[in-house]
Design a protein around this ligand. Sequence first.
Ligand code: 13P
Ligand code: SF4
Length: 331
Amino acid sequence: METYLTELNAKGYIDAPIDPTLDLVDEINKLKKEKNAVILAHYYQESEIQDIADYIGDSLGLSQQAAKTEADIIVFAGVHFMAETAKILSPEKKVLLPDLKAGCSLSDSCPPHLFAKFKEQYPDHLVITYVNCTAELKALSDIVCTSSNAVQIVESLPPDQKIIFGPDRNLGDYVRRKTGRDLVLWNGACMVHEIFSQDRIEQLKRDYPQAKFIAHPECEQELLAIADYIGSTTGLLKYTQKDPADTFIVATESGILHQMQKASPEKTFIPAPPNNACACNDCPHMKLNTLEKLYTCMKYEQPEIDLPMDVIIRAQRPIERMLELSDRLGL
Ligand code: 13P
Ligand code: SF4
């Protein structure tokens, strides 16, 4: 046990030997009961993790669950900023992340000390940050948003309110177009959503003329311009359930296809291809979590998310404002 813990900082996860005869799904279910733990998983997780989760959702749904769960331990099958958000909302609970190195390129594209300087240039602006950012960045914000409520949050503010939006320039640009508001944007982006190939997607649209092309708003404007529907991961999933089309070309991380296929087994889902030789886009951060790491993290209750209390306190209000507004809007 000691060795696994000393190695934890370097490795980011508990690298303990696992008895190969164990059925990990059974063991994880036992640990959930024994420890009164809940597993919250994002749609971009491996299918086997999604299948064992108590709740699967987009960033907004996951925050809502983290705020209201009665479990003693929240096991976050997602990336670091998501687990941090859960800790901020439920500071008295133990929040575990199977691999601490599961980061986010978008979050990394906005170091808080640089953002603080950027913010100083616009003293009369209100700061809206996309939830895909560090706890420190949230603490520098007035209100947080996700891709499912960014447009409504901007629209809820007085028309003459000046706004800084960060860190995602693509979501910010999308919100700017939808609302007609003049947002000051931080120049950050997600490595997964920026590498879709317009040419390969247009070819797919020609190959499947009846297919609907759907995209996440973290994609670039040129791609969003040719989409039949734009939405958060939950929005995309719901769209595929209710739209009568039988084929969908899906421009977001490929993990979501698991739930789409489960919800509509008769339909065909084609992952939008990136501008390299791969057939689909995986988020390397999300995919650091595995069933094995989920098991060891629940067994040893490590790695645990730890945040300074002053950051928790300052980041709480902007997230709660988002949750209150989303509740009021029925999102
Ligand atoms: P949503 O689940 O809110 O659509 O966000 C997607 C994402 O990039 C999470 O990292
Ligand atoms: Fe971050 Fe993009 Fe991965 Fe989401 S898909 S965790 S935004 S790098």
